[in-house]
Design a protein around this ligand. Structure first.
Ligand SMILES: [Zn+2]
Length: 170
């Protein structure tokens, strides 16, 4: 298991998933989220597959989930931040999806977040336990923090959003 989150469930084993066996096992279940949190789930039905959102990222070796869904205490924040920046630059919609991701601190001071296309950086329902320091960052992609939970300090001073930025349901 990747974590003990109440809303964490393991993807059901099914025979046609055999070519995804190294994929992250995290799924986001909107019904479960709403049952365990006081906020509404931000993923509409059309974005779900059999009622849940499935993580597109590769699992960490010997673990059932990816670096983004491992609990913060079991990973290095700098490594996660580097991987996050890497994935954001990848083309396509799925690589930029981090629904329900767990972060320790996320320092992107003076960083430019951009990709080769205009798919949003999807941090819906992400949970950031440490500090989020994005001072002087430039965010060229659309970005969504809808439903995200910030436990530490958030520093968005002097940040430039060049695309849409969504922060509802927090
Ligand atoms: Zn994952």
């Amino acid at each position: 298991m990747c974590g003990s989150d109440k809303y964490f469930t393991t993807r059901p084993v099914s025979t046609n998933m055999s070519n995804h066996e190294d994929g992250c096992g995290y799924v986001f279940d909107p019904e479960e989220w709403e049952a365990t949190h006081e906020t509404a789930a931000q993923l509409p039905e059309k974005e779900l597959d059999e009622g849940v959102w499935q993580c597109p990222h590769a699992a960490v070796e010997d673990r059932e989930c990816c670096l983004f869904h491992l609990p913060p205490g079991e990973k290095d924040s700098d490594r996660v931040t580097a991987a996050f920046l890497d994935r954001v630059q990848d083309a396509g919609k799925r690589p930029k999806q981090f629904v329900g991701a767990r972060f320790g601190s996320l320092s992107l001071e003076h960083v430019i977040l951009e990709s080769t296309d205009n798919h949003p950086i999807d941090l819906r329902h992400a949970r950031i336990d440490g500090d989020l320091d994005w001072r002087y960052a430039i965010v060229r992609q659309p970005i969504s923090f809808d439903g995200a939970i910030f436990r530490g300090a958030t520093r968005f001073e002097e940040i430039t959003f060049e695309g849409d930025a969504f922060f509802s349901g927090m």
